[in-house]
Design a protein around this ligand. Structure first.
Ligand code: 13P
Length: 269
């Protein structure tokens, strides 16, 4: 069984004061957060990571810290970049890699995404790898082809000694989380139906079966794209939906903890 998780992706939002206010509100509603066996993760902008990390050190809140991006090198002359080691140093355990906003607005290529996955894993960070099709690709019936391509490119190992084979490819098989985020569902209020999401998640899981066997059942596969406290239950009831990656609706602590509460209940029913 994968460890189910809810990830708040704040994107480019919040000042330090706003972040601390959010954390204090989450703290007050702790009884609504799962005690164990679940992960709640906060992916915050770089400028907030230090303050959040300090807050969490003295709080009983069980929230894992994630960054939204990372460079692949440990250090060096890369003006404006943040390394995996720096993220570890500030208390991050996770990092989002390959979000469609970075693929499409910042021209991140499959090669760059693979380098970032490798760099993150080398430093002991757990990548949250985002995959998903555009509206056009969906209309053309290419959803699974696109996602398999993104998975193959992101997780292929360049080292012939490492990993197991999936088809003819060597795969990087350290711990990672997959987030299926259809590009057309992000921030639009539109979503695929829960059975459509389940079908994609099942196919993502079967992508890993040749390389990982039964261990493929342990990969957390999250759904992302216009998730709210209103629609979370439908998604979480599906067997291969292990949690959610939430943008807009995670900015309010209230809607995020309500969503977690409803999502957990839907899953354990
Ligand atoms: P929304 O929840 O705002 O649609 O964003 C989803 C997303 O991109 C999370 O990474």
């Amino acid at each position: 069984m994968p460890t189910p998780c809810f990830v708040a992706n704040w994107k480019m939002n919040k000042t330090i004061a706003e972040a601390i206010a959010w954390l204090r509100e989450m703290e007050k509603h702790q009884p609504l957060l799962p005690e164990r066996g679940w992960e709640v993760i906060l992916a915050a902008p770089f400028t907030l990571l230090c303050s959040i990390s300090e807050f969490l050190k003295t709080s009983s809140l069980k929230i894992g810290l994630a960054a939204q991006n990372v460079h692949f090198e440990e250090k060096g002359a890369y003006t404006g970049e943040i390394s995996p080691l720096m993220l570890r140093d500030v208390g991050c355990r996770y990092v989002i890699i390959g979000h469609s906003e970075r693929r499409l607005q910042f021209w991140e290529t499959d090669l760059l995404i693979r380098q970032k996955i490798k760099g993150a894993q080398k430093a002991g960070l757990i990548p949250i790898l985002c995959v998903g099709e555009t509206r056009r690709e969906r209309k053309e019936g290419k959803t699974i082809r696109v996602i398999n391509h993104q998975l193959k490119k992101a997780l292929r190992s360049d080292d012939p000694q490492s990993g197991a084979t999936a088809g003819s490819r060597k795969m990087i098989l350290d711990r990672f989380i997959i987030a299926y985020e259809p590009v057309w569902a992000i921030g639009t209020g539109e979503t695929p139906t829960p059975p459509e999401v389940e079908s994609v998640h099942r196919q993502i899981r079967s992508f890993f079966k040749p390389a990982m066997g039964e261990a493929a059942s342990d990969i957390p596969i999250l759904y992302g794209g216009s998730v709210t406290e209103k629609n979370i239950e439908g998604f979480m009831k599906e067997p291969d939906v292990d949690g959610a990656l939430v943008g807009g609706a995670s900015l309010s602590a209230e809607s995020f903890y309500k969503m977690i509460d409803r999502g957990v209940k839907a899953k354990i029913k």
